[in-house]
Design a binder for this molecule. Structure first.
Ligand code: ADP
Ligand code: ZN
Length: 434
């Protein structure tokens, strides 16, 4: 059944969508070339003129830009409109390195709100819903993005921001929140708190829209179960606007990228070559409608794959499968590639919750890696296995997943710090990348 707020553009036939993208791209490249000295020079250097970019088939001719360019151009170097036309600044969370700032005109904010509104609708949201936003508000894009989307759909919006779990639960039960928006790690914490207090039957929640950090299917299953909801993934990054660049529909099988605003490519991170659909590589975005901060061929460092397989929801926009994490999330430990998500999968498959931490260190020339994971309250109350046996079981599963030996410490419930925003899963004491 079609929702009252699903723009036709989301189900536009592909050929028509691509024609629209081509037209918008050509216009945007001209605009950016004329208004941003940095792009002008970069295109000149690459020997590309705006008239060389007639449509999406020419996109590959444009040079890439990356986070280092953004840092070098901080703060105003990539601004494409006069500063007086801007109404907002947001900033990245600084997960990796120095923060970057992004600028928005009112039109840019409207476009971003629109994307978040589409995400809420895709999760079943209507104007009858009470949308509980506990992403952080402020420079971080999570809160403001979902807040704007929620208004646009006409939901009753609770601008909770993050933290203060008691107050979150009180408002959630008193005001009948139906849609929860936050990071998946905070959703897991809320789920834990709800079950500890035995208030699950007081909740009216039906859906959650969780993103801003990588999370596994196992974690999705846990959150859905603990809060009694359907959990939808949402993706975005400040540089491109914020959450809502892509989001899941009821299929929960990859996130539809809002292709009327953002063109996605997957490239080989080493060679920069564009890869065919279905191959895993680095995600690159080109903004074709934004005004103040319109990045062209921006390398996100996020690794994932795209699929154009038809989706049963009817949306024609391409889907990106769950990002595997960022190229800079991957640790090389003892010479082997290790992703935090692999460790999470092993732990959750053995019945633990997503309360874990990974500590990497180097002693002499040897890397060490330790995974600390909490017992669940049930495990602590009704022990079925002694702790050393539990640890041995995890060590062995991690060995087959990663091919290396990991120290495992199973710790008491509540001994690992809870996250209210993006969780810090890895403490790398080797400081190799600074
Ligand atoms: P920072 O780069 O400082 O973390 P942002 O807050 O803009 O700044 O975060 C954007 C990044 O967060 C993305 O590039 C991606 O790595 C990660 N991210 C956002 N949403 C998701 C998601 N649903 N799944 C996995 N990673 C995500
Ligand atoms: Zn779909």
């Amino acid at each position: 059944m079609k929702n009252y707020y699903q723009p036709e553009i989301e189900t536009m036939p592909l050929a028509q969508l691509q024609a629209l993208q081509s037209e918008r791209l050509a216009k945007q490249v001209r605009f950016v070339y004329d208004n941003v000295a940095f792009y002008h020079d970069k295109m000149e250097e690459a020997g590309v003129k705006p008239e060389d970019i007639q449509g999406i088939d020419d996109l590959h001719k444009l040079p890439f830009i990356d986070k280092d360019d953004l840092r070098d151009q901080y703060p105003y170097g990539l601004l494409a409109v006069p500063l007086s036309d801007c109404v907002r600044i947001q900033s990245t969370s600084g997960t990796t390195g120095r923060r970057v700032v992004a600028f928005y005109t009112q039109e840019d904010i409207d476009l971003w709100d629109e994307c978040c509104a589409r995400a809420i609708v895709a999760a079943g949201g209507t104007k009858e819903d009470v949308c509980h936003v506990c992403y952080g508000y402020g420079l971080f894009t999570g809160g403001p993005g979902l807040n704007g989307g929620s208004h646009k759909v006409g939901c009753l919006t609770l601008p909770m921001s993050s933290g203060n779990t008691e107050r979150q639960l009180q408002f959630m039960t008193d005001l009948g929140s139906t849609i929860l928006c936050c990071t998946p790690s905070y959703a897991a914490n809320l789920g834990e708190a709800v079950n500890e207090r035995g208030i699950k039957d007081k909740l009216k929640l039906k859906a959650g829209i969780f993103g801003a950090e990588p999370w596994t299917e196992e974690m999705r299953r846990d959150i859905e179960q603990s809060l009694g909801i359907k959990a939808y993934d949402i993706y975005g990054l400040t540089e491109i606007s914020g959450p809502g660049v892509s989001f899941e529909c009821e299929e929960q099988a990859g996130m539809h990228i809002q292709e009327d605003h953002f063109i996605a490519e997957i490239i080989d991170p080493k060679t920069g070559e564009v890869l065919p659909e279905g191959e895993i590589g680095e995600l690159v975005f080109t903004c074709i409608t934004k005004k103040a901060f319109p990045l062209l061929r921006y390398r996100t460092r996020d690794l994932c794959r795209l699929t154009r397989k038809p989706c049963s929801c009817g949306r024609t926009h391409v889907r990106m499968l769950k990002p595997k994490g960022r190229s800079d999330d991957m640790m090389i430990v003892k010479g082997v590639n290790v992703w935090p998500s692999q460790i999470e999968t092993v732990l959750l498959n053995q019945g633990y919750q997503a309360n874990y931490q990974i500590v990497v260190d180097r002693i002499g020339n040897n890397d060490t890696i330790e995974v600390q994971v909490e017992l669940t309250p049930e495990m602590a109350e009704h022990p079925t296995l002694p702790i050393p046996a539990r640890e041995k079981k995890i060590v062995s599963a991690l060995r087959s997943m990663l091919g290396i030996t990991v120290n495992v410490k199973v710790v008491e419930p509540k001994s690992i710090v809870r996250s209210e925003g993006k969780a810090v899963r890895v403490i790398d004491k080797r400081h190799l990348y600074q």
